[in-house]
Design a protein around this ligand. Structure first.
Ligand SMILES: [Zn+2]
Length: 230
C-alpha cells in the first residue's frame, strides 16, 4: 500500500515537470475527456486520483476523480493532467476533495458561491442545490457564507433578486408578474411580499414613485442642457 503511494507521488512529480514545460510553450492546455475518464468521474473512482483532475466550467471549481460531489454535465467538464494546469486556467480547488492538498480559503469559496448565484438569478436556487454545485455540505456552506459576508446565502440571493427587479421596474414596461419570473420569483404574491419587505413598497408603488422621480430628473437635465444653448 505504501509502495503504491510512493510510486503515485513519483508519477505525479514526473507529470508536474512535464506540464511545467508544456505550460511554458502552450498555456492552459486541457486534455481530452475520454470515456474512461468520464466513467471515473461518474463512479468517483479513487484509483484514478493523481492521474488527472477535472474542472467544471459553470462553477470554476476543479476536483479529484474520487470527489463525492454531484456529477457535472459532461459538456461542462475540462480535464487536466496536473492541478497546476487547472489553477493556471483559472479554476479554484474544491473545498471538499482538496485537489491541491490545501484548503481553499473561505473568502474564495464564498466568491464561487456568489458568482454562481449571480449567474443563476433567473432560476430557483435552494441551499441544497448551491451546496451541491459548490461542493460542500449545506450547513458548512451556510455558515461560511455568513461568516465572510455577514448575511446568509438566502439573504444574498433575495437582495440580488430584488435589486434586479428594481432595475427592471424602472427600465422596462414589463408587468409585475413577468418581472418576478425573470428574477427567479415566479410566485407573484411571494415576489410582491418579498419586494415590499426589502424596499417598503410594492413593485407597482415603487415603479410609480421612482419612475416619476427619474422622469423629473431627466426633464430637469434636459431643461438645463437647453439653457446652455440658449
Ligand atoms: Zn471535489
Amino acid at each position: 500500500m505504501e509502495k503504491l503511494a510512493v510510486s503515485r507521488t513519483e508519477r505525479q512529480n514526473e507529470r508536474n515537470t512535464e506540464s511545467q514545460i508544456e505550460l511554458q510553450t502552450e498555456d492552459k492546455v486541457d486534455e481530452l475527456l475520454t470515456e474512461e475518464k468520464w466513467q471515473a468521474i461518474l463512479s468517483n473512482n479513487a484509483a484514478c486520483d493523481g492521474t488527472f483532475f477535472y474542472a467544471v466550467r459553470t462553477t470554476g471549481i476543479f476536483c479529484r476523480p474520487s470527489c463525492k460531489s454531484k456529477a457535472p454535465k459532461r459538456e461542462n467538464v475540462a480535464v487536466f493532467s496536473v492541478a497546476e494546469q487547472a489553477l493556471a486556467a483559472g479554476f479554484r480547488p474544491c473545498k471538499r476533495c482538496k485537489p491541491t492538498g490545501e484548503r481553499l480559503p473561505d473568502a474564495e469559496w464564498v466568491e464561487i458561491m456568489t458568482r454562481y448565484m449571480d449567474n443563476h438569478l433567473t432560476e430557483p436556487v435552494t441551499l441544497g442545490h448551491l451546496a451541491e454545485v459548490c461542493h460542500g455540505s449545506p450547513y458548512h456552506l451556510h455558515r461560511t457564507f455568513k461568516k465572510i459576508t455577514g448575511i446568509t446565502p438566502v439573504d444574498y440571493l433575495q437582495q440580488q433578486r430584488v435589486a434586479k427587479a428594481r432595475q427592471y421596474l424602472l427600465q422596462s414596461e414589463q408587468g409585475v408578474a413577468k418581472i418576478g419570473q425573470s428574477v427567479g420569483l415566479p410566485n407573484t404574491s411571494y415576489f410582491i411580499t418579498l419586494f415590499k419587505k426589502k424596499t417598503g413598497y410594492t413593485p407597482s408603488q415603487f415603479r410609480q414613485i421612482y419612475q416619476a422621480t427619474t422622469q423629473a430628473a431627466e426633464d430637469n437635465i434636459s431643461a438645463k442642457e437647453a439653457s446652455i444653448y440658449e
